[in-house]
Design a protein. Structure first.
Length: 292
């Protein structure tokens, strides 16, 4: 016969569980957003089998999993290299970006709506990128630096058929046109791009890799489309376009620290509960519970 004892919780244990909970929470939020959900589920099943084997004393299974742990890490890096790179980029620029960005001026939405309306009316093709919080540099090729103040005249002159950069994309950041004539990565979602032109394919490609908002004007149909979060949709009217732009500009504008903390508490409640529960269970399994 044997009994079990539970170790008393110290301040170090509390901090330990807090760090683990934070890591699990970040993983759960990432899992919810990733497009490779079935692969993540498979990895979670393997982790569950390993924990079960360790708790129940299945020595051979535990040793096999420990031997292949490095392989699992390599598999995760290979399968999710784009997502991991994006996550590390966000960590690297988070504090700098939040401190450097200026609140978006309301006039930006008005300027874009008027300019896109004129381009769509005249069936002039255009591709405009509004940067979110993710860095864009590694996704942009060729083109020219500009750093000019955003205006209708500037937008329409860049996409004039006589402009050298009219076939490329314009990049807007913090109310200024930073680049024009750049080439964007093309989407690999072949089911979505079957009937799309090159501009729409490029818009969707960037929206699959970053949190940017990409606007497209079709020179064949004269309609306006918006790409974001790996989805591309045609805008029904200018009022909808204005609402989407305002919502995006408010979202990427820096918020006061108090509002950010309250927002953190309001969102992803289920993931927070699961993360805390997982941290407590892991602490009990590996540290807290001991055999007498």
């Amino acid at each position: 016969m044997f009994g079990l004892s539970v170790k008393s919780v110290t301040l170090t244990d509390t901090l330990d569980m807090g760090v683990v909970a934070l890591l699990v929470y970040a993983f759960l939020v990432w899992f919810k957003r990733t497009k490779a959900a079935f692969v993540v589920i498979g990895l979670m099943v393997l982790v569950g089998v390993y924990l079960l084997a360790r708790v129940t004393g299945m020595v051979m299974t535990t040793h096999i999993f420990q031997g292949f742990f490095a392989i699992f890490i390599i598999a995760v890096v290979v399968l999710f290299q784009e997502e991991l790179r994006r996550a590390f980029e966000r960590i690297a620029v988070w504090s700098v970006a939040r401190g450097a960005r200026q609140p978006q001026a309301p006039r930006e939405a008005d300027i874009l709506v008027r300019a896109l309306s004129d381009l769509a009316r005249d069936k002039v093709g255009a591709l405009i990128v509004l940067r979110g919080r993710d860095p864009l540099d590694r996704h942009l090729e060729d083109g020219w630096d500009l750093h000019g103040e955003l205006s209708e005249a500037l937008i329409e002159s860049i996409f004039d058929s006589h402009s050298l950069g009219h076939d490329g994309a314009m990049v807007i950041e913090a109310g200024r046109v930073t680049f024009f004539g750049v080439h964007l990565p093309l989407s690999k979602s072949f089911a979505k791009i079957t009937h799309m032109g090159l501009r729409h394919t490029a818009a969707l490609g960037l929206a699959e890799r970053t949190d940017a908002l990409v606007l497209v004007v079709s020179e064949e149909r004269g309609d306006i489309s918006v790409a974001r979060r790996a989805e591309l949709s045609v805008i029904a009217n200018l009022e909808d376009l204005h609402r989407i732009l305002e919502s995006f500009l408010r979202e990427i504008a820096p918020q006061p620290a108090q509002e950010t903390f309250l927002g953190f508490l309001r969102h992803n409640t289920r993931e927070k509960i699961l993360a805390m529960a997982a941290a407590i269970v892991l602490w009990l399994l590996f540290i807290g519970v001991r055999q007498l």
